[in-house]
Design a binder for this molecule. Structure first.
Ligand SMILES: [Zn+2]
Length: 390
């Protein structure tokens, strides 16, 4: 807009102001209506892409801002006057969100705008909306037809957002299970103290508990892998490392922990650097993945003195045998390569591995001499490096 046009605009404004102030009627009524129409178009164009509060900051009242903002979000055919436009959009706000006929209703109402009064158009639009809402309410399958669930791709944090819509029956089932999870959680003492999770976070935790239950039942009854995680011998075991899974979602060690360590056992496939499967951990007697990680961190390799066999080649040896009630817990597990596992005397009379200091595996030979593995790889374990630093 150039200076001359701006000047004209100012003149129009002054002219109108004078008509209002001094009661001199503005001569050309149709032009006045046209000006009103043009101003509406102009303000709508100017507001395009702005949020409602931005329009308010530009000087509009809350009501005006709401109306202008609503116009920017909707198509506005040239032949539809602004008053009709506003009333059609107002009627459409009552339309059920389940309706897929919004545009159709808009077009039907807009088509009457040139021949009907704003009031008549408004009434017609309202009637169309009511009819559609009734139709949706009457169809008992509508909610079921609308069902959807969408799990999106991983974002930059590795997480996935999801959204969906459930018919009442499925929503009730979900709600009942989530409420169960909530009640059980409330019954545990440690949950009540210092619980500063948001409501949404609590709901998310309850939902995840329901998923865990589902997964557990399935594993117990079907007994096959539902989630397979691939690990290579070369994988760096740090918190940033990603492990591929059979569902196409990469998981970090933190994610694996969230999945419950004791359930991970059945899911881990270890590959060599060529991608061949080295081991498939399936038996419930096997040390869990997390325990293997803990051993990796603590021992680094086979616990037999002088042995350098990497943890990926080791078996988890029960220091107090499984058959005599020895638990599969980290303080009763020591990594041993197959050869040295075979050498171990489980009756603890001849040479055997023993735990000292509540969980450090040490070798005791048949004369009673104790020796820790001091091979280079053993001394390179996380735990030993931490100790050596201090
Ligand atoms: Zn060994």
């Amino acid at each position: 807009m150039n200076i001359g046009e701006l000047h004209t605009l100012t003149t129009v404004k002054e002219l109108l102001q004078r008509s209002v102030d001094f009661g001199e009627p503005f001569e050309d009524f149709p032009v006045l209506l046209e000006i009103k129409e043009l101003v509406a178009r102009l303000e709508t164009d100017m507001a395009a892409g702005r949020e409602k509060n931005e329009i308010e900051r530009a000087g509009a009242s809350s009501f005006q801002a709401r109306r202008i903002h609503r116009r920017t979000l909707n198509p506005w055919p040239k032949e539809v006057p602004v008053e009709h436009q506003d009333l059609i959009l107002s009627a459409l706000e009552k339309l059920s969100s389940a309706s897929s006929r919004r545009e159709e209703i808009y077009d039907l109402a807009a088509a009457t705008a040139t021949e009907s009064s704003p009031k008549a158009t408004h009434a017609y639009a309202k009637e169309l909306v009511r009819e559609e809402n009734r139709r949706l309410a009457q169809d008992p399958h509508e909610a079921y037809n609308q069902r959807r669930f969408q799990l999106r791709d991983q974002d930059e944090h590795g997480g996935c957002s999801f959204n969906g819509y459930a018919p009442a029956a499925h929503a009730a089932l979900l709600k009942a299970l989530m409420d169960d999870a909530w009640r059980i959680e409330q019954a545990t003492d440690d949950r009540r103290k210092d619980d500063n999770r948001t409501v949404a976070q609590r709901h998310a935790d309850n939902l995840f508990q329901v998923l865990r239950w589902a997964s557990q039942t399935r594993q117990d009854t079907v007994g096959h892998c539902s989630l397979v995680i691939g690990v290579t011998e070369e994988d760096e075991f740090n918190w940033q490392a990603n492990f591929g899974s059979n569902v196409g979602i990469d998981l970090t060690l933190y994610d694996l922990e969230l999945l419950d360590g004791h359930r991970i056992t059945d899911y881990i496939v270890v590959h060599d650097h060529n991608g061949a499967v080295k081991s498939l951990v399936t038996a419930s007697r096997s040390a869990t993945f997390r325990q293997r990680l803990a051993m990796f961190s603590r021992d680094g390799c086979c616990a037999y003195p002088g042995c350098d066999a990497p943890l990926s080649r080791c078996e988890a040896h029960h220091v107090t045998p499984w058959s005599r009630g020895g638990p599969t817990s980290i303080d009763n597990l020591a990594p041993l390569c197959p050869k040295h596992h075979g050498w171990n005397d489980d009756s603890a009379v001849e040479a055997h591995i023993k735990m000292i200091l509540n969980g450090v595996p040490i070798h005791v030979d048949d004369t009673g001499d104790r020796r820790r593995n001091n091979s280079p790889r053993a001394r390179h374990s996380n735990a030993r490096r931490l100790i050596d630093k201090n």
